[in-house]
Design a binder for this molecule. Structure first.
Ligand code: FMN
Length: 387
């Protein structure tokens, strides 16, 4: 999840920054609003904190927060001058000095202020240091004058933010279904049979698809990592819940089944906790319905269906190839769980993308990079299918 500092300075257009904050939050970004005293006269800082779902206590040193992007919208002539000269007498000016990373500025002011030589010189100074400028647009200002000076529209500023954050629209209009985590199959009212999957890989896939503009549904099975922003999360704690929700969302354009779904579950589960005694507890495990195979049998709409296989060594890789055929999926992402340094509950992974025409190895890398390689391939398959 990218963290974005949003500076709001004292112009009428401060009200439009509410929409920008809302778009950023909806898009799955963490927003830290920084409001100058000048801006607080127009829209109270509390409004921005509420829209960003933060409390003032979160932000003792908000201006020093490390962030992926600083956007100032609206940018007044006054704050532009401060940025050009390195002043640091309020939250926004301080943040601009402390921030290392891309900067996007959305100036908004009276057309005569905008045309002034001092403003022009200040703009050139900040631009020469790498800041990007969006707008201003031409139109009628709040005081009824006509000219260049209106702040760019929030959706345009948001579009530029996404670009600076390395996000794209390559999956815009597409529905991507991702499963993540590990199911837990109840033994009784309190105990379960589970597995070590943290959900990191699936969450990385969901975030990657969202960054590319997809509508993402995440089937979350007992995640050990935070849920990503900007995606629809559906809790699917058991194999049965996973099956039902996967079928309910079965018309997705791309399905990435990364969750570790139990192959077996205890038969005859008690509603109560089994009391402790001296006897052995023999449990019969019955097979669950195979979610991936069911999706493979039912798909009709040119959907790209990708499964995951966690197995051991070269023999496991051979089983992943069989799985590809048997479950009628386009690709199986093979994960060698005999290695301690990758896979289950690890930060990094190394996978083999198994397809009918051969294997592609993706070298050891953080899970978000592996996710990008998998989503790249999913996109290629989608393009081939819809060509
Ligand atoms: C009603 C009103 C509207 C204003 N609108 C703007 C504006 O759109 N752009 C601008 O640069 N200054 C505008 N100002 C002037 C700024 O509020 C003023 O320069 C202030 O010191 C800016 O402080 P800040 O940059 O720290 O937020 C406006 C002032 C008033 C009273």
């Amino acid at each position: 999840m990218a963290r974005v500092l949003v500076g709001i300075t004292g112009g009428i257009a401060a009200y439009k920054a509410c929409e920008l904050v809302r778009l950023l939050v909806k898009g799955g970004h963490e927003v830290v609003p920084l409001v100058t005293p000048g801006a607080d006269r127009f829209v109270r800082a509390d409004t921005f904190l509420a829209l960003a779902r933060r409390s003032p206590a979160d932000d003792l040193y908000a201006h020093l927060t490390q962030a992926d992007l600083l956007v100032v919208a609206p940018l007044t002539a006054n704050t532009l001058a401060k940025l050009a000269h390195g002043l640091a007498d309020n939250l926004v000016a301080e943040a601009a000095l402390a921030h290392r990373g891309p900067v996007l500025l959305a100036p908004a002011m009276n057309p005569r202020m905008w045309a002034h030589a001092a403003t022009k010189a200040n703009l050139e100074t900040v631009r020469s240091r790498g800041a990007e400028i969006v707008g201003p647009d031409e139109g009628e200002t709040a005081e009824g004058e006509w000219g260049l000076g209106r702040m760019a529209e929030p959706d345009e500023i948001y579009r530029r933010c996404r670009k600076l954050l390395g996000e794209s629209d390559s999956l815009a209009g597409r529905h991507v279904l991702v499963s993540a985590g590990g199911t837990r199959e109840p033994l009784d009212a309190v105990r379960f049979v589970g597995n070590r999957s943290s959900g990191r890989m699936g969450v990385a896939l969901a975030e990657e698809a969202r960054k590319r503009g997809a509508d993402v549904t995440l089937l979350a099975a007992n995640l050990g990592v935070p849920v990503p922003g900007g995606v629809e999360v559906v809790e699917t704690p058991t194999a049965q819940a996973m099956l039902e929700q996967a079928l309910a969302h079965g018309d997705a354009d791309v399905v990435l089944m990364a969750a570790a779904v139990a192959d077996y579950r205890p038969a005859g589960v008690s509603d109560e906790k089994r009391p402790k005694d001296e006897e052995a507890w023999n449990v019969t495990l019955e097979p669950t319905i195979d979610v991936l195979r069911t999706l493979g049998e039912r798909r009709t709409n040119g959907q790209v269906l990708i499964g995951f296989a966690a197995d051991h060594g070269e023999r496991g890789l051979a089983r992943a190839r069989e799985k590809l055929e048997r479950k009628r999926v386009d690709l199986v992402v093979y994960n060698d769980v005999s290695r301690e340094d990758i896979g289950f509950d690890a930060e990094e992974n190394e996978v083999v993308l198994v397809e009918t025409d051969g294997d592609r190895r993706v070298g050891k890398a953080p899970k978000h990079r592996i996710a990008a390689a998998i989503v790249d391939r999913a996109e290629e398959l989608l393009r081939e299918r819809t060509r």
